[in-house]
Design a binder for this molecule. Sequence first.
Ligand code: NCD
Length: 305
Amino acid sequence: MFHLNSIQDLTETQIDALISLAEEIVRDKAKFREACRYKTLATLFYEASTRTRLSFEAAMHELGGNVIGFADAASSSATKGESVADTVRTVACYADIIVMRHPKEGAPMAASLKSPIPIINAGDGGHNHPTQTLADLFTIYKIKGRFEKQTIGLCGDLMFGRTVHSLIRALSRYNDIEFVLISPEELRLPDYLKEDSLNRSNVTFRETEELEGVIQELDVLYMTRVQRERFFNEADYVRLKDRYILTRSMLRNAKEDLAILHPLPRVNEIAVEVDDDHRACYFSQMLYGKYMRMALLMNMLEVSL
Ligand code: NCD
């Protein structure tokens, strides 16, 4: 049994295997209709979610399994003061695997120490979001056919954006990756990530505040929203929230095969007019996320056909 706390819990070989399985599922969905029959997924969401929770639930349904859970901590015994560890012990009596999102960094990891069943981190505060990274990697793979040799621009809230943190950890392991970190001064990537992931792996990176000055160099542009819920002060959020808005005219200088990704939800970071551009990949990205989650559930539940 293993838990998925961070994308580094998976080797590159394991990620390749998940991608192969996801591709097989896309090719022949009917074949997997009963793969998780009699298995139950519990979704414990202490923080808001649309795509992550629903794609996990859809993934389990499409594999023939069952789903239980809560979408809001307010409807759980957390409101009575129950610890996450005790909730996990309880849920382990009713389910085979848990997907947990929590506003506190490390909460799913702490829970996994007490859990008799596998736990998947579906986002812990401003820390990690490994299954979004699986969706991002599958999208990049489908569009580019490779992870190596690319210039990746990450734009927006690099300080609190957990999807960015996990994606950097994942892509830093491949050869000839160059990152362009585009953010306001106040929302720069935390130093611990620069040390742990970038410097340690000798990855080339550059920081800038200007998206327009670098857009022509990029193979992938990963836009993110400013993470309002992690701010201490509303005035700072209001000042920074519209710092980057990707418009069609800004794409004039971009490469023809640029891939524009966004984990969603989008607020204002990408103008709606960009949705029709052939380089916009963020809607297929969320569909790819479901297939990767199907592959992950099968793998962690140790089921095969
Ligand atoms: C992301 C998250 O929750 O971190 N959403 C998602 O899971 N697709 C990104 C965000 O909320 O900005």
